[in-house]
Design a protein around this ligand. Structure first.
Ligand code: DAT
Ligand code: MG
Length: 148
């Protein structure tokens, strides 16, 4: 089944939003397949955001991501990449709809609380980067109550 990489950024951890955010993905019906609290160094953050290295905000973005621990997660489910991005909301919280994570909990684009992969392919790459160890293999026993 499809997987995505979701990261609660340092502001989300500092502000105590970890439980709230995990709860939204859990209650939707997605399955948690990887989870760790981790502080990353500059070269790792630069690798994660390599596609944005030419952007003027790149240095500030890297500083932000390395400024404290983040919660790195793998979530699994049907259409989890696209639906996960909808749960997260638009990149700029000023434009994120109420009811989305960024719409409910963020103000500025440089403090937008959470990351989610933008495609299945980048999800694969990000999961490989953040979770080089072999993943825990488990299946939810409520699966037939969520999927027809
Ligand atoms: P997203 O995180 O919604 O996938 P992105 O991949 O385009 O957005 O950018 C990664 C992060 O970089 C984003 O969450 C916040 C920051 N960012 C993006 N565009 C920005 C901008 N114009 N000014 C400042 N920060 C920006
Ligand atoms: Mg992105």
């Amino acid at each position: 089944m499809e997987q995505t990489f979701i990261m609660i950024k340092p502001d989300g951890v500092q502000r105590g939003l970890v439980g709230e955010i995990i709860g939204r993905f859990e209650k939707k019906g997605f399955y948690l397949k990887g989870l760790k609290l981790i502080t990353v160094d500059r070269s790792f953050a630069e690798k994660h955001y390599a596609d944005l290295s030419a952007k003027p905000f790149f240095n500030g973005l890297v500083e932000y991501i390395i400024s404290g621990p983040v919660v790195a997660m793998i979530w699994e489910g049907k259409n989890v990449v696209t639906t996960g991005r909808k749960i997260i909301g638009a990149t700029n919280p000023a434009e994120s709809a109420p009811g989305t994570i960024r719409g409910d909990f963020a103000i500025d684009i440089g403090r937008n609380v959470i990351h989610g992969s933008d495609s299945v392919e980048s999800g694969r790459k990000e999961i490989a980067l953040w979770f080089p160890e072999s993943p825990v293999n488990w299946q939810s026993s409520v699966h037939p109550w969520i999927y027809e």
